[in-house]
Design a protein around this ligand. Structure first.
Ligand SMILES: Cc1ncc(COP(=O)(O)O)c(C=O)c1O
Length: 398
């Protein structure tokens, strides 16, 4: 039974019951039902007005109990004032950007981002008269120099995809605010279990809940969380654009999040162990993970995060045949065009997340033909590490 109470408990306890939305306690289901309905009936016009006033449920594109429950859970997780749950991570990112910028505005963005986020800024918004500059956000002097009077949004990922660089969120928030801009952070790779960008000064945090938050690779969903006035603008836009999360995905993701605080730290532990083992392998040219002492932002990551995250990338020699042999030799890690699931998966940015970039653009940010992105699951750590080492030996020993 989900008792409503003002008493505060620890995160690992509260994550099990926040954002429930079962207003009829007579049935008291152990798990919230799924409200698969397009609309909710009202008795008369007074009742309709009351529903509007109370942010109640009328039409599914506006509000639905499962979506509201997920949004409420996200507000709790990310320490925001309010949230909207969206149909995907990209829906959350595009809704956030469109609610902040208009024709003539400028976006300053980190240069290593999920490829489709870059396309939203440069191609989609570029076509509507919004200019974006992509720069290295680990260089704060460059950030200060690149900000313009019309810069309305600074945009970054907590840990960049796929180069695993770590921007200083507090410093970026300060720079944004000094110049009247907002800082928007994509927290997909870390989740609120390891980092809360809003606590570090960000104005809006976006999440692809498809990934670590849900963790079961069975739903596409996203969320946007932040200050109530900013979320209200994004909500208005969401209703117009129809970027809302559907009830079933909202329900699945809420279920997934219940165990996030067990999964994500374990995934981060596995990633650290794998990164350290691969860094010693004679076959791996480079390992990118903030747990490594030689990672350029290792100290910052230690201070900014509760763990180093479940994502790493490695650079192998540019040899397609050997890479194929290595992938085939692995028992657990398998290729999947997603990340954050409970099983370890691999992705090849050249052919997936960054396939729309020219080779020159890719190489500028370090995405070589040998780069593999690894999303760690919750397997036994020794099993996982040994499997990688054995597969490398099989593929590269001669
Ligand atoms: C960092 C990051 N943000 C956003 C997205 C987009 O999420 P979705 O696929 O849920 O739209 C992805 C997808 O891989 C991602 O890696």
């Amino acid at each position: 039974m989900f008792k409503e109470s003002d008493k505060e408990f620890s995160f690992e306890t509260e994550i099990l019951s926040k954002g429930v939305y079962i207003k009829n306690p007579t049935t008291n289901p152990e798990v919230a039902p799924i409200f698969m309905t397009t609309a909710f009936n009202v008795e008369d016009l007074d009742a309709l007005e009351q529903r509007y006033d109370e942010r109640g449920f009328c039409y599914n594109r506006n509000r639905n109990p499962n979506r509201s429950a997920l949004a409420e859970l996200m507000t709790y997780l990310e320490h925001g004032e309010d949230s909207i749950a969206c149909s995907s991570g990209m829906a959350a990112i595009s809704t956030a950007a469109l609610s902040i910028v208009k024709k003539g505005d400028h976006i300053l963005s980190d240069m290593t981002l999920y490829g489709e986020s870059m396309e939203i800024f440069s191609d989609l918004l570029g076509g509507y008269g919004v200019e974006t500059t992509f720069i290295d956000f680990t260089d704060l002097e460059l950030v200060k120099k690149s900000i313009r009077p019309n810069t309305k949004m600074l945009y970054t990922e907590t840990v960049s995809n796929p180069m695993i660089t770590v921007p200083n969120l507090r410093a970026l928030a300060d720079i944004a605010h000094e110049h009247g801009a907002l800082l928007v952070v994509d927290n997909t790779f870390m989740t609120a279990a390891l980092c809360r960008p809003l606590d570090l000064g960000a104005d809006i945090v976006v999440n692809s809940l498809t990934k670590f938050a849900n963790g079961h690779s069975d739903a596409v969903c996203g969320a946007l969380t932040g200050r109530a006035d900013l979320v209200a603008k994004a909500y208005h836009l969401q209703v117009l654009l129809g970027t809302q999360a559907d009830p079933f995905s909202s329900w699945l993701v809420q279920r997934g999040i219940r165990t996030m605080d067990l999964r994500v730290p374990k995934q981060a532990e596995n990633a650290s162990a794998l990164a350290h083992a691969l860094a010693k392998s004679p076959y791996v040219l480079k390992v990118n993970h903030p747990s490594l002492e030689n990672h350029p932002q290792h100290e910052l990551a230690k201070a900014q995060f509760k763990g180093f995250g479940g994502m790493l990338s490695i650079e192998l020699p540019d040899d397609r045949q050997k890479m194929n042999k290595f992938m085939r030799a692995l028992h657990f890690a398998h290729y999947a065009m997603t990340l954050g699931g409970y099983r370890t998966s691999l992705a090849y940015p050249v052919l997936s997340s960054h396939s729309d970039m020219s080779e020159e653009e890719r190489l500028k940010i370090g995405i070589t033909n040998g780069l593999l992105r690894i999303s760690c699951g919750i397997e036994n750590t020794d099993d996982l590490v040994n499997d990688f080492l054995e597969a490398l030996e099989i593929a590269y020993k001669d």
